[in-house]
Write a protein that binds this ligand. Structure first.
Ligand SMILES: [Ca+2]
Length: 222
């Protein structure tokens, strides 16, 4: 049986929300599901995540997995394998960058994409770390899928691989339907802590956690 804990979100205030703790050793039983989906296709987006981990840069793991079906399991995927990579509609950009974020401190990762020319960006702690174009030109992140944190879906809501499991802490998962400016992404926690995605706003999104994954209060400030 899976253990579930629902965050009602109603008491959350900016900078004072919840974080998810993904234990070590890794297990496919440990994950979180965001109780929301996309109600319209995204032809551009910004996705930000606050993360804290002591995993190794030689490990492989996923932060955010959005799947629509077993054949559309990588509809939107923020993956790490020797570096962060972004998948859109089963297409990926292979390698963006390997910023030094595995030191047990909180870091903010933001990635952006737009359909028109496939332009993508990776920001680490507000610094533009990598950018490129040609990723899934003309594609869209489509409606109706399932958002899983800390595991990589190969089927809808499942098909996890323990070698792609995240251990550490996640918070501040926010999604916008446009490419944010560098100023909007921000250069420090005063801005990062006040991120509120217009598609997914972490502070008002219900989260279900499974296995030994747990939620606790997140004091976002540095
Ligand atoms: Ca997958």
């Amino acid at each position: 049986m899976h253990k579930q804990l629902f965050n009602p979100g109603s008491s959350a205030v900016p900078g004072d929300s919840q974080k998810i703790i993904f234990p070590s050793p890794r297990s496919i039983e440990n994950y979180a599901r965001m109780q929301t989906t996309l109600s319209s296709d995204l032809r551009s987006f910004t996705l930000c995540v606050h993360m804290r981990s002591t995993m190794s840069t030689s490990d492989t793991m996923v932060l955010v997995s959005y799947a629509r079906a077993s054949s559309q399991d990588n509809e939107l995927l923020l993956f790490f394998s020797r570096g962060f990579m972004l998948h859109i509609n089963q297409h990926d950009n292979n390698y963006m960058a390997d910023p030094p974020v595995w030191d047990g401190e909180w870091h903010t990762i933001c990635t952006t994409w737009r359909s028109s020319d496939g332009a993508w960006q990776l920001y680490a702690d507000g610094v533009l770390t990598a950018s490129g174009s040609g990723l899934r030109v003309g594609g869209a992140v489509r409606t109706g899928g399932v958002f899983i944190l800390g595991q990589e879906q190969d089927t809808l809501g499942g098909g996890f691989d323990v070698n792609q499991t995240f251990s550490g802490e996640l918070s501040g998962v926010n999604l916008w339907d446009r490419v944010l400016s560098p100023a909007e992404i921000g250069a420090g926690w005063a801005v990062f802590c006040n991120h509120h995605g217009n598609v997914i706003d972490w502070d008002t999104t219900d989260i279900a956690v499974f296995g030994e994954t747990s939620m606790t209060e997140y004091q976002c400030s540095k």
